[in-house]
Design a protein around this ligand. Structure first.
Ligand SMILES: [Zn+2]
Length: 440
């Protein structure tokens, strides 16, 4: 059964159909053709490119959100096998991209809330990360801390870290939260696009006016144990509540700037400034549907145009969700959106650096969680293009390195020291609290 991420960026996706692999490949191929035909990209400044590569190779490069783990889990995909044209990520391309640390997203679909088994799914996905590292010990190493990431860099390996996406994974239990930390989870996105029993999402009904009392307890416990609080996907009010409660820096593992693209899952300027005060970091999401005004408008227009065909497909394949996904993606591939240029993505880095400060922006690609990417950022091997583009815009080496990973490292180190200073206290101050729905 396909339980992969649903791309809730269009009406088609709101119909809750999972994107399937074959179609992702088609989509990627379409993008490549677009790139080849792209005439307005200026020729590369080879001297600057060389400098960019030098800086990039020396730097600690962290990507805080990659969804390839869903493919590893559902298709038993082995990261060492080349998946060019199919997925955005494999070991060779991670190395080519100069990546130091990857956060594998333990994405828990909202369907597990309905059907049960969120925590079990989380455990299964964690095991896939460990087994990938066991299979490829020369290329990957498990990492749990800033010290581990630095060690990986020295050993020329990619640090594998894990973040849970969707707070319903803990099944409303602080005990499960602590256990996931013990298994290596180092951040948790409080919600996905679904409001859960203790936090409101960006893209669902508001039930708690932000964070409930239990939600605040979750944040405090995450601070205490050293798990970063990830505010991607939450509502503005939830984000505001988190910033009131959290004594450690927060992260947005994959969010962009709302001032440039009006999506509720992007972060507005006033909250960017508050995240800066908290010491947090916003990792820019690469997906055209979230960053490109024109792509968003075109996507809306396409949804309206294809609506009746989508409805027809839904009726025809109502008992075969896999086939339905394939057919819908065929339809999308036959009606591609206009290409998004790399400069549109870099604008988001620029904007967040201007509004929140250069210390508060980083990389949260969303590779393998999105159906298309900007020209020049088609897969994980293309990360050095960010370094090049930032240099081209006048950022100095130090600032570029902040964006690539130093900002994340600083925030993570602060979260570690908050945890260290409270480590003498009992787990949850002895709390074995589970949420009681009657009381919440
Ligand atoms: Zn996401």
């Amino acid at each position: 059964m396909y339980l992969r991420k649903v791309f809730c960026y269009s009406v088609i996706c709101l119909l809750c159909v999972a994107l399937v692999t074959a179609s992702l490949a088609r989509d990627t191929n379409t993008k490549r053709q677009t790139q080849t035909n792209n005439s307005d990209s200026s020729p590369r400044d080879e001297k600057l490119w060389k400098k960019a590569l030098e800086i990039h190779r020396k730097a600690i490069v962290v990507d805080t959100h990659n969804d390839i783990l869903s493919m590893m889990t559902d298709d038993n995909y082995d990261l060492s096998v080349s998946s060019v044209g199919k997925y955005h990520t494999d070991i060779a391309r991670m190395q080519q991209g100069g990546l130091t640390a990857e956060f594998f997203s333990v994405y828990i679909d909202r369907s597990f809330v309905r059907d049960g088994g969120s925590a079990r799914r989380t455990l299964d996905m964690i095991d896939y990360v460990y087994r990938a590292v066991e299979r490829h010990p020369n290329d990957l190493m498990m990492a749990y801390s800033t010290a581990d990431i630095r060690r990986a860099k020295k050993q020329n390996k990619i640090a594998a870290l894990m973040g849970i996406e969707g707070g319903h994974a803990i099944e409303d239990s602080l005990m499960a939260l602590r256990d996931f930390y013990r298994l290596g989870i180092r951040y948790m996105t409080l919600t996905h696009n679904n409001t859960n029993n203790w936090a409101d999402s960006c893209c669902d009904e508001a039930k708690h006016s932000g964070l409930s009392d239990f939600g605040k307890e979750v944040v405090r416990e995450m601070n205490r144990i050293g798990m970063l609080v990830d505010i991607s996907h939450v509502s503005d009010k939830t984000l505001s509540d988190v910033l009131d409660v959290s004594i450690a820096p927060v992260i947005a593992s994959h969010s962009s700037a709302r001032a440039l693209a009006d999506r509720t899952r992007n972060i507005p300027d006033d909250l960017l400034r508050r995240i800066a005060k908290n010491g947090g970091v916003v990792m820019v999401n690469f997906y055209p549907g979230f960053i490109d005004r024109n792509a968003a408008a075109a996507s809306k227009e396409r949804d309206a145009r294809l609506l009746s065909q989508v409805e027809e497909l839904r009726v025809t394949y109502k008992d075969d969700s896999k086939r339905l996904g394939e057919e819908l993606n065929k339809l999308l591939a036959a009606n591609p959106l206009p290409a998004t240029q790399l400069s549109v993505l870099i604008d988001h880095f620029d904007h967040i650096a201007k509004v929140a400060g250069i210390d508060h922006v980083g990389i949260g690609s969303d590779f393998d969680g999105v159906p298309s990417l900007p020209v020049g950022m088609e897969d994980i091997s293309k990360l050095p293009n960010i370094t090049y583009e930032l240099l081209k815009r006048g950022y100095n080496e130090k600032d570029v390195r902040k964006v690539l990973g130093d900002n994340f490292m600083r925030a993570f180190a602060q979260a570690e020291s908050v945890a260290q200073s409270s480590s003498k206290r009992l787990s949850g101050d002895g709390s074995v609290r589970r949420i009681s729905l009657e009381k919440e």
